[in-house]
Write a protein that binds this ligand. Sequence first.
Ligand SMILES: [Zn+2]
Length: 269
Amino acid sequence: MAHWMEVGQDNYVLTTEGSHLNTGLIVGSERAMVIDTGCGPRHGREILAAVREKTHLPLVVVNTHAHYDHFFGNAVFADAGVTEFWAHEQCAKQIDERGDLQRREVTTVEPEMADSVGDAVELVVPNAIVRDQPVLVNLGNTSATLFYLGRGHTDGDLLVGSATALFVGDLVEHGTYPSFEDSYPKEWADALRHISALRHRYSFLVPGHGEPCTDQFVKTMANTLSTAIRQARQSLRDTPDDATKAIPILPYGPEQSRWFIKRLKETSV
Ligand SMILES: [Zn+2]
């Protein structure tokens, strides 16, 4: 069952079943902000219905990054009248250029997404763009700050800070290994240190999946990542022809370790 958690006054997190995606909700006096829309029309409708239990205000949407479970639900919100979809410019670009390639990832849970024509299955590319400078989005009696800390989980991770909570997307995942497929490991560690340093400004730190976490959790994640980078680099120096040698010593599962090594090699100059 999906469930709501309160993270400060008028701030909420909806955790839905399956991947335990966290959708943020910040309710102002004039508008409310929804952070991440789910992996297709079914998930999107579930999220929208839950949001409507909390507020009937006009909505704005934020996509934290260009992974299907965070933006495939956009069309449901567009059909419900939402016109303002925020994202980092790289995220919008990825959705526009490569969003369709992710359709195959969801066809078991969202069979309608196999087709680009149908009810709420079209890609909705974010049209309100954040670049390097933070953007303040006014919701009436409160506002949300959208900002970018550099590349990390992807090349376009957007963070959302409210009066009480910091929503960090998949820069932090709780209860599972980090996902390295589109990541920039070295820069990700830097972004995590930045997040843990910001922590005193927020009472709640909300990851993209799993329970809210502490700044200590984020700091540990950063340290683990830095250690893994050192270990993998050493291993690549020792056995340059066999990158898989590093897999057993890395602090991640075999699948994610493989991606980690691949991305470390691709993103190191
Ligand atoms: Zn992701």
